[in-house]
Each structure stands twice: as C-alpha cells, then as structure tokens.
Design a protein around this ligand. Structure first.
Ligand SMILES: NC(=O)c1ccc[n+]([C@@H]2O[C@H](COP(=O)([O-])OP(=O)(O)OC[C@H]3O[C@@H](n4cnc5c(N)ncnc54)[C@H](O)[C@@H]3O)[C@@H](O)[C@H]2O)c1
Length: 456
C-alpha cells in the first residue's frame, strides 16, 4: 500500500461529487474480474455485529441480484454477535449459514471471518470506524468486495491511508460500497439533477441541522470495574475521538455529505464553535453543541448545527438556497427525504414547485442493490475516495470547533495527529489508545484556543 506524500494538496484529492459511485481509473483494464463463486452464491461475512451491522447484513441478504448467504460473523463481544445472529436468523433463516465454528470473537476475529470467504465474496465492515483501514487492508489482500460503514476515517493520516487503499482495491477490480446511503436515494438524486439543471439558480447557502437529545454512546460515565478500559472505550465508542471521531463525525456526516453532494463540491475551509453544557458525571471527549460554518471555493457557505441536549427544539434536516429558489434536501432523519423545490426563500406550501414522489424506496436497501448489481455485472464501483473525503470534511469542521481555529481541507488532510496509530495491534487485555487523566478524572478534552493544532 502506498501512502500519498504528506504534502498532498486538496487539489490532488478534491473531486467533484456525482451521484454514481466513482469509477476506478483502471476500470476495464485487463485485471481478472473477481466474481461470485461457481454456484453463483455470494458469501458474506459480517464484521461488527451491532445495530448497523445487523441491519446491513439484513439489507445484503434482501438485495436484488442474490443469492447472498451470510457465512461468518466477527465481533469483540460475544453477546453482540449472538444477538445479531439471532436477529438475522429470524428474518432471513434460509440465507444464514453461520455454524458456531464460523462465529469469531476478539480483535483477530475479522481475519478469521474473512478466511471463511472466497475471493469475490463480500466483507461488511460495521465496527467503529477506527478499525476500518485495518480491516479493509485485509479484505483487499483476500480479494474481497467490501461494504464499509461511514465514517471511514476519523483523522488526516487515516484519510490519506484510506484513499490509497481505495486505489489498491480499484486496481484489483474489487467493488466497494460506503454506507453514505443518502447518495443512493432516488429523491435526492432527482433533486441533484434539478439543481444541476439550474432550477434554484446558483447555490449560495446550505443549512444542515441535527439537533436532538443525546444519541448512542456520546455521553460516557466513568468506567465501571467489571470491564477493561479498552473494551469500555470500544463499547462507548461515540464518546472517544480515536474510535469514532466523536458524536460530530458519527452523527453529522450524513447531513454534511448530502449538502456537499447538492453543491457538487467539498468545502475548502471551516470555522466553528462548540461547548460542553450539562456534563454531570459525563467524562467523554464530546461537546454537547457544535456550530460550524464551512466555505466553498466560490464563497458559498454551509452552516451546520449539531446538538445533543434534551428539552430543546429538535430538527434533523438539510436545506439549500440558490439565487432563484430553495430546496429541502432531507426533511426528518435520513428517509424518506421528502425533497422539495420552492420558488423564493420562504419555503412555504404555496411556493412548492416540485416534490419528490412518495413513497420513497429505502436508501439502506438501495445501496446494497447497487453494490450487488455492480458485482454481478462487473461494473466499476468504488465509493472509497468519496467516503474518505466526506469523512475528512466532517473531521475538518470538528477540528475547527475543537481547536477554535480556521481549518482548511489541506490542513485536515495533512494534519499529522493520528488518534490511534496502534489500532491494528490492540489486544483484549492491552492498554487503550486513550487514558483518563488522573489529575482531572476525565479523558483529555478539546480546549479551543489552548490546544490549537490537535484536538486533544
Ligand atoms: N449509515 C448509517 O445511517 C449508520 C447508522 C448507524 C451506524 N452507522 C455506523 O456503523 C458503525 C457501527 O455503528 P453501530 O451503531 O452499529 O454501533 P454498535 O456499537 O451497535 O455496533 C458496533 C459493533 O462492532 C463491534 N466491534 C467493535 N470493535 C470491533 C472490532 N475491532 N472487531 C470486531 N467487532 C468490533 C462492537 O462490539 C459492536 O457489536 C459506525 O461506524 C456507525 O457510524 C451507520
């Protein structure tokens, strides 16, 4: 695997963001295609058997273009694996063939699960993102197609590594889907086309909101005695920047990505603020609120508001404003998007000029239909660069808020701070990448204005 030079510039990495998966530069070159096995069944291994992994495996087994069969599972917690197995088995029993000796637990479990696959099968990577590059490296070595959840990276060094890995996968003609499923949504796709056709004029402003109560494991209390520090941090991964990029990266990436899709560009810089508000006994690394302004090359802005506090008004939606009109990109959570175009900027009922037809197909299913179709038809399919750039742009806003500095795309891409450089060497009884500071009793927090070139 080759890493780009550390002085890599945004221009080298920046690419327009179309709806379709980016085609590999080597598409069609004489590389042996890695197809499904002789009996036409594509084997699937689920690595990371939590909520989303279980959902992704179910989407895989329900995908058009089957048959697909779940043949191996891996997790670091046995109870998570068992619960996931039961749920998938209940829904898709005839497509599940995971004997006990193909259920693996531990940090090497992903290797064992991949060893149960043949070249051309699919590995699902749905652990916290810290492990993505490690497991993707192995999947490429084994000639496996991959579906990996978002975010795919949490910092600069792993983004550079992930982009290089994506190129390695393309060279081997492996198909890779990234779980930014909104990119596969028909309604948003139609909105994108209409914006390209000039229906709202030139985009001057995008607005994204994910203002909810506390979600997932973003709020972390001190570790109880019955679990090791490392396993605690993995279990509560939204609380730790090394594991997830924190609540900012994990929760806000979809809204950031769908806005950038509509703009058909990545922003070049970000500035932002954030604060810890009601911390009680919570000692994780997150802020409770984030407010970030992203700027694009042409001066257009994207405003992002993130909040994890109960009792406040709630909104989970994205909007775009152009010189001739405005539009809803998503109206509540991820699906249905209920995209709409309005004349003017008021977004009132009487000004609607187009609404996405209802009901909408589920994008979590569509992303799988598209990946499996690409495998069956041997079409170029590689969402890695786009997923890595979306992850990087997300990290750029997070770093701006956490440091109190203006952060550019190039700054983030070339930032040397790798949050967990030894993540490929973790062992169950070993140390965690982060430690509680004994003098403060909490994990290292971002300190805007004091820590300015790293987040903790
Ligand atoms: N696309 C979406 O809308 C969406 C929705 C939810 C979650 N996600 C993403 O999916 C990923 C998982 O999130 P989740 O909500 O399912 O979390 P989760 O905690 O429910 O599941 C994660 C699973 O991975 C396991 N795990 C952790 N480290 C591992 C390792 N090294 N090897 C094997 N297994 C390991 C955990 O034990 C757990 O079972 C995250 O990246 C998250 O952002 C995406």
């Amino acid at each position: 695997m080759t890493e780009p030079k550390s002085g890599a510039s945004r221009r080298e990495f920046l690419k327009a963001t179309g709806q379709v998966a980016a085609a590999s530069a080597l598409a069609g070159v004489a590389i042996p295609s890695v197809h499904a096995g002789e009996d036409n069944t594509i084997g699937v291994a689920l690595i990371g058997c939590g909520g989303r992994g279980t959902g992704a495996a179910a989407n895989a087994l329900a995908a058009k273009g089957g048959p697909l069969k779940l043949v191996a599972m891996a997790d670091v917690f046995k109870d998570r694996l068992d619960g996931s197995y039961d749920a998938i088995q209940k829904e898709h029993g005839d497509k599940v063939d995971v004997a006990d000796d193909r259920k693996f637990v531990g940090f090497d479990a992903y290797k064992n699960a991949m060893d149960c696959l043949k070249a051309g099968d699919i590995a699902i990577l749905a652990t916290p993102p810290a492990f993505r590059w490690v497991q993707f490296t192995r999947a490429i070595e084994k000639g496996l197609h991959t579906f990996m959840e978002k975010p795919v990276t949490v910092d600069g060094p792993t983004t550079r590594r992930m982009i290089a890995l994506g190129e390695d996968a393309a060279k081997k003609n492996l198909k890779v889907g990234v779980g930014l499923m909104c990119r596969h949504c028909d309604a948003r796709g139609e909105l994108f086309k209409r914006i390209q056709d000039g229906q709202i004029g030139d985009i001057v402003l995008l607005r994204a909101y994910r203002q909810t109560g506390p979600v997932g494991s973003a709020l972390v209390e001190p570790k109880p005695d019955d679990i090791s520090e490392l396993m605690y941090q993995i279990k509560r991964f939204h609380g730790f920047l090394w594991a997830s990029g924190g609540c900012y990266s994990d929760f806000l990436i979809h809204n950031i990505d769908e806005c950038c899709w509509m703009k058909d560009a990545w922003p070049t810089k970000a500035k932002g603020t954030g604060a810890r508000t009601y911390r009680e006994n919570f000692i994780d690394q997150n802020f409770d609120t984030y407010s970030v302004e992203y700027s694009f090359d042409d001066g257009a802005k994207m405003l992002l508001e993130g909040r994890n506090i109960d009792g406040c008004s709630q909104e989970f939606a994205s909007y775009v404003h152009g010189t001739k009109g405005s539009a809803v990109i998503s109206s509540s959570s991820h699906t249905p998007a209920r995209c709409k175009i309005y004349k003017g900027q008021n977004m009132t009922k009487k000004d609607v000029v187009w609404s996405a037809p209802q009901p909408e197909a589920n994008p979590y299913q569509l992303e799988w239909d598209h990946l499996v179709a690409a495998i069956r038809d041997d079409k170029p399919y590689n969402e890695v660069r786009r997923g890595a750039e979306a992850s990087l742009v997300t990290s750029m806003g997070r770093m701006a808020a956490h440091t109190g500095q203006l952060v550019t795309f190039d700054d983030m891409l070339n930032c040397p701070h790798e949050f967990a450089p030894e993540v490929d060497k973790l062992v169950v009884d070993g140390p965690a990448p982060l430690r509680v500071n004994p003098s403060t009793g909490h994990y290292p927090w971002p300190q805007p204005g004091i820590l300015t070139d790293r987040e903790f």
